[in-house]
Design a protein around this ligand. Sequence first.
Ligand code: MN
Length: 322
Amino acid sequence: MYDFIGDIHGQSERLEALLVLMGYTRRAGIYSHPTRKAFFMGDLIDRGPRQVETLEIARRMVESGHARIVLGNHEYNACAWATPDPEHAGEFLREHTEKNRHQHRAFLDQVGENSALHRDLIAWFKTLPVYVETPEFRAIHACWHATLIERSKPYLDANNAILPESWAPMSRKDSEPHLIIETLLKGTEIDLPSGLSYCDADGTERVRTRTRWWDESAKTYRSAGMLKSSLVHQLPEDPIPEKNLLVYDQAAPLFIGHYWQTGRPTILNPHMVCLDYSIGKGTKGTKLCAYRWKGEKVLTNDGFVWVEARESEQSQEVVGER
Ligand SMILES: [Mn+2]
């Protein structure tokens, strides 16, 4: 059975504390548990102070069979950053803009941009599955969108890792593969009713919003939209058309990360758990969280364990993508 572990963002010292708390021990450099396995929800990198150590711990566990893992949007972005654009000489699949470099700077500084270690890590990231589905459970970094998971299959290999030839198509904005990977790794978005828009925190006008797709009671644009409370009044109280609402089929419990939760860890609903309790910020009150799954079909708050952030290990402040 698995211990699902939320987004770590380079907080290796906290990861080791959480593993020890759960009864994992380190032998010959590899953490293991006599009866359990870890499951990393992605986003091991960016922001935090010890990204290389985090990757060493997780990768050794995965490669020795003591853990599994899914790809996070930060590993995906790291790959796109490091992959030359086959159609535009000198460019990369993720643009090397100042903003993108800033978001990724702690990682590039710690691994050494273009080092042998950097290349080796990118090659490993490219082998990680976008999602894991078994009869007993499902795991994905951000959004279990059943329709888009079905449509992702031509772009993925037998292990659900992105095929080498799919990386370039996935980075072309407004394409089907781009919509698929953005939704699965970063969350689903809906269009506002035609003619309506809002201003985001940067003052940019937007006609789409990310949604709290797991909350089936959130049926209006205002209740489902993921905007800061000071901005949310801009969204209409109209109902979202039924066809645009995601409905989870509840066929198996679902584990996700990505959405920065706060406070005491709590299930999203009896079929879904989000493990990201914002250790990526590293500030007081944030946590690295796990759910110790025993195979139950109905998830409960008793499944959570966590360690609190240590303020001496604060992360790099980054505005932008989570
Ligand atoms: Mn994420």
